[in-house]
Design a binder for this molecule. Structure first.
Ligand SMILES: *Cc1c(COP(=O)(O)O)cnc(C)c1O
Length: 411
């Protein structure tokens, strides 16, 4: 008889977004004319940059000609793309990252999950609370946790609360942890990390032989020149950090799919016999065995992001969302709400008024203003009492949503 991976049974059955959909459907059925605006899900809304589309169209034509047709590409990605990324995203900011330390993939969601393939099952793993749920669920699937408790926390994981009190930046744990997931600019809170703050983590990791899994999916939203875009801007990070980046939020690639993971060659972890093993070798082996690369066409589209026209178009795209975020911040503040994030990030994290629970505020916002957001408690126990509003929408919808919030909530 075939058996299953029982760890899947420990997962909380896809609670957050299905529950949002259920409540929205129920409301829409009894209020069929309600003009609902969704400021919930973290997906982009604006079309692909023209430079990327032009490059992809050209690549499609190349695929139609025997002389320029491409079959399987390198599992790690084409060198011309990895070189552009190394130059523009890392070396230009003083990070010593070489093209062959960059692995192109079809998404950071999969990479942040797949990376667990190369780590042992006896690591102590730390996540922030609230957190991007993928980090938690992939550890559950890999058998790295026990079962879930009443607070919604999995036994065996170390949860680092991020709240108003610590400015939404997790405190360095007093105990030793082996793997730490950090995401800056943060989803869901929109918080950012200074160089000094990240230096504390890098020092901690180097002192304890820990590895930081740094998710920089929202790096392109940083406009403050003092904030680091990459963990490798911090001295010592080449010895303790893996970085994930994606074209999804940066260049509207959520439906096109292209991302990258950086594994420095200087990064090692312990084998069972106590020897140090290069993680680069393991990830290279893992990708070569389980992955066949991103389509040539898409990689050409990603490469075009680094052209002069592409850079300008991406900048305009990011500015558009950041202007939405600014409008949301200002209007929510005018309505008397306490808001965080939304400056170097596309997410606004608000404190629910009158100590309402996250879900009670969700219902109130839906009923009174026909607006859908995301309850903070869906991202972890410490997210209770908070609520996420996303800047990924049209200007028209953002303006209309904020007008309604001022009308209904301003005291
Ligand atoms: C959107 C997002 C990503 C990007 O995922 P892709 O699979 O590359 O689309 C990664 N991490 C976080 C925290 C995100 O919100």
């Amino acid at each position: 008889m075939a058996t299953i991976n029982d760890n899947y049974l420990k997962l909380k059955a896809g609670y957050l977004f299905p529950e949002i959909a259920r409540r929205v459907n129920t409301f829409a059925q009894s209020n069929p004319d309600a003009p609902i605006i969704k400021l919930g899900i973290g997906d982009v809304t604006e079309p692909l940059p023209e430079a990327s589309r032009t490059a992809m169209l050209k690549a499609v034509e190349e695929m139609g000609d025997r002389a320029t047709f491409k079959g399987y590409g390198p599992e790690q990605g084409y060198l011309w793309l990895r070189e552009k990324i190394a130059t523009h995203d890392f070396q230009a900011r003083g990070c010593e990252i070489e093209p062959d330390e960059i692995f192109i993939s079809d998404g950071s969601k999969c990479d942040t999950g797949n990376i667990l393939d190369i780590f042992g099952n006896n690591n102590t793993i730390a996540v922030t609370d609230p957190v991007y749920p993928v980090y938690v669920d992939t550890n559950v699937m890999a058998g790295n946790t026990g079962s879930i408790n009443n607070a919604g926390e999995f036994e065996g994981l170390v949860y680092l609360p991020i709240t108003e009190e610590n400015n939404f930046t997790a405190e360095i744990p007093s105990q030793k942890v082996d793997l730490i997931y950090l995401c800056f600019p943060n989803n869901p809170t929109g918080a950012t990390a200074s160089k000094d703050y990240l230096k504390n983590w890098v020092d901690y990791a180097n002192n304890h032989g820990s590895i930081i899994l740094f998710d920089a999916a929202y790096e392109a939203f940083i406009t403050d020149p003092n904030l680091p875009h990459s963990i490798y801007e911090i001295e010592g990070a080449r010895n303790c950090a893996i970085e994930f980046r994606s074209f999804s939020k940066k260049a509207g690639f959520t439906g096109t799919r292209c991302a990258l993971t950086v594994v420095p060659k200087s990064l090692t972890a312990k084998a069972a016999d106590g020897s140090d093993v290069e993680l680069w070798k393991l990830w290279n082996r893992r990708q070569s065995t389980k992955f066949n690369g991103v389509s040539y066409i898409v990689q050409r589209g990603a490469e075009a992001v680094y052209s002069e026209a592409g850079q300008a178009q991406v900048k305009a795209l990011i500015s558009f969302y950041l202007e939405n975020a600014k409008i949301i911040r200002e209007k929510l503040t005018e309505a008397g709400l306490v808001v965080y994030g939304g400056v170097n990030a596309p997410y606004i994290w608000l404190k629910t008024p009158n100590e309402l629970s996250s879900w009670d505020f969700f219902d109130k916002l839906l009923q009174m203003a026909n607006i859908v957001g995301t309850p903070g408690s869906g991202f972890g126990a410490a997210g209770e009492g908070y609520f996420r509003i996303s800047a990924f929408n049209s200007r028209e919808n953002v303006n209309e949503a904020m007008k309604r919030i001022i009308e209904k909530f301003k005291v």
